[in-house]
Design a protein around this ligand. Structure first.
Ligand code: CA
Length: 227
């Protein structure tokens, strides 16, 4: 069982999330305003936060920024109707671990939440308070392969895309034709589920959750449900 803080001001969504997560065996704490969310997070440190962006007092980014500034390192999943690339990038930049757009499917949401909790567990437990805020690390090739199913070529292309290279520059640097590189670039964006190149960079990094080196989670072989 995990304690999940759900920050959501629309009652219908809040109730649906509470029901779904409770059925899954989690303890759910609800907050409908940013200030309330920060107070609840302080009083009862959550294992994961599901965070709406549009809140009555301050927006969800404020909550995320505050949590990270306090050294709270638990996974944060943004759950928002805002589907703009720029919103997602801002969310990841501030230290979100996942971004799901509304309307959402309950099963996908649960699968993503357990993945985040599994990863958090693998990285040693949260909130030591001594982690440099906003520290990011690049994902290793293995992680990119496992997380997004990228091939070796696509990883090379993705890293160059993150540097801001054009197709022509990538073609020159990798030694492939322009068209092959363009195909790889399209596949990278499809596998990362992003609509433009600017968003690639954000997904190749992740917030450092622990000052010690993360141990890759691949050792723990069992996957519930065989997803
Ligand atoms: Ca809202």
């Amino acid at each position: 069982m995990h304690r999940i803080l759900v920050v959501e001001d629309t009652p219908a969504y809040a109730e649906a999330l509470e029901r779904t997560l409770t059925l899954e065996g989690h303890e759910v704490i609800l907050a409908s305003r940013a200030q309330e969310a920060l107070a609840r997070a302080r009083a009862e440190p959550p294992d994961l936060v599901v965070l709406d962006l549009g809140l009555p007092d301050r927006d969800g980014y404020h909550v995320l920024r505050e949590l990270r500034a306090r050294g709270v390192e638990c996974p944060v999943m943004i759950l928002s109707a805002r589907s703009l690339e720029s919103d997602k990038v801002e969310g990841f930049r501030l230290g979100a671990d996942d971004y799901v757009t509304k309307p959402f499917g309950a099963l996908e949401l649960l699968a993503r939440i357990s993945a985040l909790l599994r990863r958090a567990r693998g990285s040693g437990s949260a909130a030591t308070g001594v982690i440099p805020v906003g520290a990011m690390r690049p994902l290793a090739d293995t992680e990119l392969r496992e997380r997004y199913g990228l091939t070796e070529r696509q990883i090379a292309v993705a890293r160059l895309m993150a540097e801001g290279c054009t197709n022509a520059e990538m073609a020159a640097r990798i030694g492939l034709s322009f068209f092959t590189v363009r195909n790889h670039a399209e596949q990278v964006m499809a596998k990362l589920s992003v609509g433009n190149r600017a968003a690639v960079a954000a997904l190749l990094m992740e917030p450092v959750a622990n000052p010690e080196k993360r141990t890759a989670s691949r050792g723990t072989a069992t996957r519930p449900g065989g997803a």
